[in-house]
Design a protein around this ligand. Sequence first.
Ligand code: F3S
Ligand code: F3S
Length: 105
Amino acid sequence: TYIIAEPCVDLLDKACIEECPVDCIYEGNRMLYIHPDECVDCGACEPVCPVEAIFYEDDVPEEWNDYTAANYEFFEDLGSPGGASKIGKIEKDATFIAGLPKKEA
Ligand code: F3S
Ligand code: F3S
């Protein structure tokens, strides 16, 4: 799977959403999350993020390892919805994301 990391927090550019052929990039309150089971590793989202927040799972920079866990955690109670667009924004975040200090715009 691919993983969305720190640069997405409080930015949510959403350019990535348009690129995903399987609609597996879901919106939370403070960032977007890639569904680890629905992502087919096509990689189309990675180059379009203007802040380079998206990484192949094995290439997530070490200081952002918690974001790998966060992308998994986000879906623990959601299962596999099979499409982000029909669900829309999900009013939650992975636990440590929710607790991060708000970034200045
Ligand atoms: Fe976030 Fe980049 Fe997508 S900022 S919403 S991962 S385009
Ligand atoms: Fe979609 Fe990116 Fe995976 S475009 S299939 S989330 S690699």
